[in-house]
Design a protein around this ligand. Structure first.
Ligand code: DHB
Ligand code: FE
Length: 288
Protein backbone atom coordinates (compact mmCIF):
# COMPACT_ATOMS: atom_id res chain seq x y z
CA UNK A 1 0.00 0.00 0.00
CA UNK A 2 1.02 3.63 -0.32
CA UNK A 3 2.20 5.32 2.87
CA UNK A 4 3.01 8.81 4.09
CA UNK A 5 6.54 8.86 5.47
CA UNK A 6 7.28 12.52 6.17
CA UNK A 7 6.04 16.07 5.86
CA UNK A 8 7.95 19.16 4.80
CA UNK A 9 7.01 22.77 5.48
CA UNK A 10 8.53 25.79 3.80
CA UNK A 11 7.90 29.35 2.73
CA UNK A 12 7.70 29.86 -1.04
CA UNK A 13 8.87 33.45 -1.57
CA UNK A 14 9.12 34.27 -5.32
CA UNK A 15 12.37 36.24 -4.85
CA UNK A 16 14.05 32.92 -3.89
CA UNK A 17 13.29 31.58 -7.35
CA UNK A 18 14.58 34.77 -8.95
CA UNK A 19 17.79 34.62 -6.88
CA UNK A 20 18.42 31.02 -7.99
CA UNK A 21 17.53 31.66 -11.62
CA UNK A 22 19.85 34.71 -11.73
CA UNK A 23 22.76 32.90 -10.04
CA UNK A 24 22.68 35.02 -6.86
CA UNK A 25 22.45 32.29 -4.25
CA UNK A 26 26.03 32.87 -3.03
CA UNK A 27 25.58 36.60 -2.52
CA UNK A 28 25.78 37.73 1.14
CA UNK A 29 22.05 38.52 1.30
CA UNK A 30 21.04 35.08 0.05
CA UNK A 31 23.72 32.71 1.38
CA UNK A 32 22.29 32.32 4.93
CA UNK A 33 18.87 31.54 3.50
CA UNK A 34 20.07 28.81 1.16
CA UNK A 35 22.38 27.32 3.84
CA UNK A 36 19.23 26.61 5.84
CA UNK A 37 18.22 24.12 3.12
CA UNK A 38 21.57 22.28 2.78
CA UNK A 39 20.47 19.60 5.23
CA UNK A 40 17.08 19.37 3.52
CA UNK A 41 18.60 18.67 0.12
CA UNK A 42 20.67 15.75 1.35
CA UNK A 43 17.78 14.48 3.50
CA UNK A 44 15.47 14.48 0.48
CA UNK A 45 18.06 12.89 -1.82
CA UNK A 46 18.48 10.09 0.70
CA UNK A 47 14.76 9.58 1.21
CA UNK A 48 13.71 10.06 -2.40
CA UNK A 49 9.88 9.73 -2.20
CA UNK A 50 7.92 8.39 -5.14
CA UNK A 51 5.33 11.15 -4.92
CA UNK A 52 5.10 14.52 -3.21
CA UNK A 53 1.61 15.83 -2.49
CA UNK A 54 2.47 19.52 -2.67
CA UNK A 55 0.07 21.92 -0.95
CA UNK A 56 0.53 25.49 -2.18
CA UNK A 57 -1.48 28.47 -3.26
CA UNK A 58 -1.87 29.83 -6.72
CA UNK A 59 -1.21 33.59 -6.71
CA UNK A 60 -3.79 34.67 -9.33
CA UNK A 61 -1.76 32.80 -11.97
CA UNK A 62 -3.71 29.70 -13.07
CA UNK A 63 -6.86 31.00 -11.40
CA UNK A 64 -8.13 34.56 -11.32
CA UNK A 65 -11.07 36.38 -9.79
CA UNK A 66 -13.10 34.64 -12.52
CA UNK A 67 -12.74 31.28 -10.79
CA UNK A 68 -11.67 30.69 -7.17
CA UNK A 69 -11.63 27.05 -6.04
CA UNK A 70 -11.07 26.59 -2.31
CA UNK A 71 -9.27 23.24 -2.71
CA UNK A 72 -8.05 22.15 -6.16
CA UNK A 73 -6.23 18.89 -6.90
CA UNK A 74 -4.03 18.47 -9.98
CA UNK A 75 -5.12 15.31 -11.79
CA UNK A 76 -2.98 15.66 -14.93
CA UNK A 77 0.17 14.03 -16.29
CA UNK A 78 2.12 17.26 -16.49
CA UNK A 79 2.08 20.82 -15.17
CA UNK A 80 4.33 23.49 -16.66
CA UNK A 81 5.96 26.38 -14.79
CA UNK A 82 3.73 29.41 -15.13
CA UNK A 83 4.57 32.74 -16.69
CA UNK A 84 4.06 35.11 -13.75
CA UNK A 85 4.79 38.22 -15.80
CA UNK A 86 8.48 37.84 -16.65
CA UNK A 87 8.44 34.48 -18.46
CA UNK A 88 8.22 31.00 -16.93
CA UNK A 89 10.98 30.06 -14.45
CA UNK A 90 13.65 27.96 -16.24
CA UNK A 91 12.88 24.88 -14.16
CA UNK A 92 11.62 21.42 -15.13
CA UNK A 93 7.94 20.72 -15.68
CA UNK A 94 6.17 18.79 -12.94
CA UNK A 95 4.96 15.29 -13.71
CA UNK A 96 1.86 14.29 -11.79
CA UNK A 97 0.52 10.92 -10.66
CA UNK A 98 -2.95 10.73 -12.24
CA UNK A 99 -3.83 7.35 -10.70
CA UNK A 100 -3.00 8.38 -7.14
CA UNK A 101 -4.60 11.80 -7.65
CA UNK A 102 -7.80 10.14 -8.89
CA UNK A 103 -7.83 7.82 -5.87
CA UNK A 104 -7.23 10.71 -3.45
CA UNK A 105 -10.00 12.75 -5.10
CA UNK A 106 -12.42 9.82 -4.85
CA UNK A 107 -11.55 9.10 -1.24
CA UNK A 108 -11.37 12.67 0.04
CA UNK A 109 -14.60 13.73 -1.69
CA UNK A 110 -16.35 10.70 -0.19
CA UNK A 111 -15.00 11.92 3.16
CA UNK A 112 -17.01 15.11 2.52
CA UNK A 113 -14.34 17.48 1.20
CA UNK A 114 -15.52 19.01 -2.06
CA UNK A 115 -12.39 19.27 -4.17
CA UNK A 116 -12.13 20.95 -7.55
CA UNK A 117 -10.54 18.62 -10.11
CA UNK A 118 -7.95 20.29 -12.32
CA UNK A 119 -6.76 18.47 -15.43
CA UNK A 120 -4.76 21.34 -16.82
CA UNK A 121 -3.02 24.28 -15.18
CA UNK A 122 0.37 25.94 -14.96
CA UNK A 123 2.06 26.07 -11.56
CA UNK A 124 3.51 29.26 -10.07
CA UNK A 125 6.24 30.08 -7.53
CA UNK A 126 4.08 28.66 -4.72
CA UNK A 127 4.92 25.21 -6.09
CA UNK A 128 8.21 25.65 -7.97
CA UNK A 129 10.15 27.54 -5.26
CA UNK A 130 9.75 24.76 -2.65
CA UNK A 131 10.96 22.24 -5.25
CA UNK A 132 13.99 24.41 -6.01
CA UNK A 133 14.81 24.78 -2.31
CA UNK A 134 14.48 21.09 -1.50
CA UNK A 135 15.94 19.35 -4.56
CA UNK A 136 19.65 18.89 -5.22
CA UNK A 137 21.02 18.49 -8.72
CA UNK A 138 20.33 20.23 -12.02
CA UNK A 139 17.15 22.25 -12.25
CA UNK A 140 17.21 23.60 -15.79
CA UNK A 141 14.11 23.43 -17.97
CA UNK A 142 15.48 20.26 -19.64
CA UNK A 143 16.21 18.49 -16.31
CA UNK A 144 13.63 16.54 -14.28
CA UNK A 145 12.41 16.73 -10.69
CA UNK A 146 13.32 13.45 -8.93
CA UNK A 147 9.73 12.41 -8.06
CA UNK A 148 6.14 12.82 -9.17
CA UNK A 149 4.23 15.80 -7.76
CA UNK A 150 0.50 16.10 -7.16
CA UNK A 151 -0.23 19.84 -6.99
CA UNK A 152 -2.87 20.80 -4.43
CA UNK A 153 -3.90 24.46 -4.57
CA UNK A 154 -5.65 26.16 -1.64
CA UNK A 155 -7.33 29.55 -1.87
CA UNK A 156 -5.61 31.79 0.67
CA UNK A 157 -5.68 34.83 -1.61
CA UNK A 158 -9.33 35.91 -1.84
CA UNK A 159 -11.69 35.85 1.13
CA UNK A 160 -13.37 33.71 2.29
CA UNK A 161 -10.41 31.40 2.91
CA UNK A 162 -10.62 27.97 4.58
CA UNK A 163 -10.00 27.74 8.32
CA UNK A 164 -6.93 26.10 9.81
CA UNK A 165 -9.28 23.53 11.31
CA UNK A 166 -10.69 22.60 7.91
CA UNK A 167 -7.18 22.27 6.51
CA UNK A 168 -6.12 20.07 9.44
CA UNK A 169 -9.14 17.79 8.90
CA UNK A 170 -8.38 17.62 5.20
CA UNK A 171 -4.88 16.40 6.04
CA UNK A 172 -6.39 13.59 8.11
CA UNK A 173 -8.66 12.62 5.22
CA UNK A 174 -5.66 12.72 2.90
CA UNK A 175 -3.78 10.24 5.10
CA UNK A 176 -6.71 7.80 4.97
CA UNK A 177 -6.84 8.23 1.20
CA UNK A 178 -3.14 7.55 0.65
CA UNK A 179 -3.18 4.52 2.95
CA UNK A 180 -5.90 2.89 0.85
CA UNK A 181 -4.07 3.21 -2.47
CA UNK A 182 -3.08 -0.23 -3.58
CA UNK A 183 0.44 0.42 -4.77
CA UNK A 184 3.66 0.47 -2.80
CA UNK A 185 4.45 4.20 -2.91
CA UNK A 186 6.44 6.42 -0.56
CA UNK A 187 4.49 9.67 -0.30
CA UNK A 188 5.48 12.93 1.36
CA UNK A 189 3.11 15.82 2.03
CA UNK A 190 4.53 19.32 1.76
CA UNK A 191 2.83 22.42 3.12
CA UNK A 192 4.08 25.76 1.80
CA UNK A 193 3.66 29.51 2.28
CA UNK A 194 4.16 31.94 5.16
CA UNK A 195 5.57 32.75 7.54
CA UNK A 196 4.70 36.27 8.68
CA UNK A 197 4.43 38.75 5.83
CA UNK A 198 2.22 41.49 4.57
CA UNK A 199 2.79 42.79 1.07
CA UNK A 200 0.59 45.89 0.99
CA UNK A 201 -0.98 48.69 3.00
CA UNK A 202 0.31 50.56 6.05
CA UNK A 203 1.59 47.36 7.68
CA UNK A 204 3.58 46.21 4.61
CA UNK A 205 6.80 44.55 5.68
CA UNK A 206 5.38 43.21 8.94
CA UNK A 207 7.48 40.40 10.45
CA UNK A 208 6.64 38.75 13.79
CA UNK A 209 9.44 36.41 14.89
CA UNK A 210 7.96 35.59 18.29
CA UNK A 211 4.57 34.65 16.89
CA UNK A 212 6.06 32.63 14.01
CA UNK A 213 8.26 30.58 16.31
CA UNK A 214 5.56 30.02 18.91
CA UNK A 215 3.22 28.92 16.10
CA UNK A 216 5.85 26.45 14.81
CA UNK A 217 6.31 25.07 18.35
CA UNK A 218 2.57 24.50 18.55
CA UNK A 219 2.33 23.01 15.07
CA UNK A 220 4.90 20.42 16.11
CA UNK A 221 3.73 19.62 19.64
CA UNK A 222 -0.02 20.27 19.63
CA UNK A 223 -1.30 20.50 16.07
CA UNK A 224 -4.96 20.17 17.11
CA UNK A 225 -4.62 23.33 19.23
CA UNK A 226 -2.72 25.02 16.41
CA UNK A 227 -5.56 24.18 14.01
CA UNK A 228 -7.99 26.13 16.21
CA UNK A 229 -6.14 29.43 15.73
CA UNK A 230 -8.75 31.65 14.03
CA UNK A 231 -7.92 33.31 10.73
CA UNK A 232 -8.03 36.78 12.29
CA UNK A 233 -5.08 35.88 14.54
CA UNK A 234 -2.97 35.04 11.48
CA UNK A 235 -3.86 38.34 9.88
CA UNK A 236 -3.30 40.44 13.03
CA UNK A 237 -0.14 38.70 14.18
CA UNK A 238 1.47 37.44 10.98
CA UNK A 239 0.14 39.95 8.41
CA UNK A 240 -2.43 39.51 5.67
CA UNK A 241 -0.30 36.95 3.78
CA UNK A 242 0.51 35.12 7.01
CA UNK A 243 -2.78 33.33 6.38
CA UNK A 244 -0.83 31.14 3.92
CA UNK A 245 0.24 29.19 7.01
CA UNK A 246 -3.08 27.34 7.19
CA UNK A 247 -1.69 25.23 4.33
CA UNK A 248 0.93 23.81 6.70
CA UNK A 249 -1.93 22.29 8.69
CA UNK A 250 -2.88 20.03 5.77
CA UNK A 251 0.58 18.46 5.88
CA UNK A 252 0.55 18.29 9.68
CA UNK A 253 -2.89 16.66 9.72
CA UNK A 254 -1.55 13.89 7.50
CA UNK A 255 1.06 12.74 10.04
CA UNK A 256 0.71 9.48 12.00
CA UNK A 257 0.31 10.96 15.49
CA UNK A 258 -2.89 12.74 14.47
CA UNK A 259 -4.30 9.29 13.57
CA UNK A 260 -3.28 7.86 16.96
CA UNK A 261 0.33 6.91 16.14
CA UNK A 262 3.67 8.07 17.50
CA UNK A 263 4.80 11.70 17.53
CA UNK A 264 6.91 12.65 14.52
CA UNK A 265 10.65 13.26 14.72
CA UNK A 266 11.72 16.83 14.02
CA UNK A 267 14.48 16.18 11.51
CA UNK A 268 15.15 19.84 10.72
CA UNK A 269 14.00 23.30 11.74
CA UNK A 270 15.04 26.65 10.27
CA UNK A 271 13.88 30.25 10.53
CA UNK A 272 15.33 33.23 8.72
CA UNK A 273 14.54 36.93 8.40
CA UNK A 274 14.43 38.74 6.08
CA UNK A 275 13.74 37.21 2.70
CA UNK A 276 12.18 39.81 0.45
CA UNK A 277 9.23 41.00 2.59
CA UNK A 278 8.89 37.68 4.31
CA UNK A 279 9.98 35.59 7.27
CA UNK A 280 11.09 32.17 6.01
CA UNK A 281 10.21 29.13 8.08
CA UNK A 282 11.08 25.51 7.33
CA UNK A 283 10.46 22.19 9.08
CA UNK A 284 10.93 18.54 8.27
CA UNK A 285 8.90 16.03 10.28
CA UNK A 286 9.43 12.29 9.88
CA UNK A 287 6.91 9.66 10.80
CA UNK A 288 8.62 7.27 13.20
C1 DHB B 1 6.32 37.57 -1.36
C2 DHB B 1 6.03 36.44 -0.61
C3 DHB B 1 5.05 35.55 -1.03
O1 DHB B 1 4.67 34.43 -0.33
C4 DHB B 1 4.38 35.75 -2.19
O2 DHB B 1 3.52 34.82 -2.58
C5 DHB B 1 4.65 36.90 -2.95
C6 DHB B 1 5.63 37.79 -2.52
C7 DHB B 1 7.39 38.52 -0.94
O3 DHB B 1 7.86 38.48 0.20
O4 DHB B 1 7.81 39.32 -1.76
FE1 FE C 1 2.67 33.26 -1.36
Amino acid sequence: MARITASVYTSHVPAIGAALDQGKSDEPYWRPLFRGYDFSKSWLAERRPDVVFLVYNDHATAFSLDLIPTFAIGMGERFDPADEGWGPRPVPPVFGHPALAAHIAQSVIQQDFDLTLVNRMDVDHGLTVPLSLMCAGPQGADAAWPFKVIPFAVNVVQYPVPSGRRCFQLGQALRRAVETFDEDLDVQVWGTGGMSHQLQGPRAGLINREWDNAWMDRLIADPAACSRVPHIDYVREAGSEGIELVMWLIARGAMADVAGGAAPKVAHRFYHVPCSNTAVGHLILEDT
